[in-house]
Design a binder for this molecule. Structure first.
Ligand code: HEM
Length: 195
């Protein structure tokens, strides 16, 4: 039986426009963040360890957002009412993103969906896919600041597979580098001429 489709998840949609970031740009960014084949291998292992813990990871992240009104505001109406349906739909795509970060090849299709995720944080596409009546734009400063909590909070989950401290550290470093790399890619539509 096929897994149920995730609402608004269009990674494999053939109509997805190509990213303005080229494969060559990506290679340079990977080199800049020291992301290499060992990190790819560590992420594959992380994917196996995190599989089965995705809902618990999302509970931590949603708990973090929900306990900070200035962050919850981006999942809320302009008057500040959280939109449950929007939170739920984004949550299922967020869960898939954890899997994709660990298991997908970082190829041109991945780059194209990276650009789509970036745009969904900006006025160009935020709210559109879920028809949400929310505020129009998430400031870049919060995207960058999120690299830390999204990285630090994953660490305890990486220890659940019974791997050595050294292997857990390798998984953590690979995850941290990947999140840094992705937020760099997502900064493109925010700072086109400065990118
Ligand atoms: C959407 C990850 C920063 C609010 C998403 C999605 C992912 C994601 C995976 C779903 C993408 C898809 O549609 O498939 C991240 C990561 C961040 C980050 C890894 C930084 C490291 C933030 C911040 C906020 C935020 C700081 C504000 C509190 C949202 C909202 C959506 C979203 C509201 C839904 C956008 C839409 O209308 O489609 N994010 N995010 N994100 N994120 Fe983020």
């Amino acid at each position: 039986m096929n897994a149920p489709a995730i609402p608004g998840y269009t990674h494999d949609d053939s109509a997805l426009p190509a990213s303005p970031v080229t494969a060559e740009d990506l290679e340079k960014l990977k080199a800049t963040v020291l992301f290499g084949p060992d990190d790819e291998a560590a992420l594959r292992t992380a994917g196996e360890v995190l599989n089965g813990q995705i809902e618990q990871v999302l509970d931590v992240w949603y708990g973090f957002v929900g306990s900070h009104p200035h962050l919850l505001a981006y999942f809320s109406t302009p008057s500040g009412e959280p939109i449950t349906d929007y939170l739920d739909r984004v949550r299922s795509r967020f869960g898939q993103w954890i899997v994709d970060t660990c298991t997908r090849p970082y190829d041109e299709r991945w780059l194209a969906y990276q650009q789509e995720i970036a745009l969904r944080h900006t006025a160009e596409k935020k709210n559109k896919i879920d028809r949400a009546d929310s505020v129009p734009h998430i400031p870049l400063r919060y995207l960058i600041a999120f690299v830390y909590p999204i990285s630090a909070t994953i660490r305890p989950f990486l220890t659940a597979g019974g791997h050595s401290d050294e292997q857990v550290e390798a998984m953590f470093q690979a995850w941290f580098k990947s999140v840094t790399l992705q937020v760099r890619l997502w900064s493109q539509p925010y700072a086109k001429s400065a990118w």
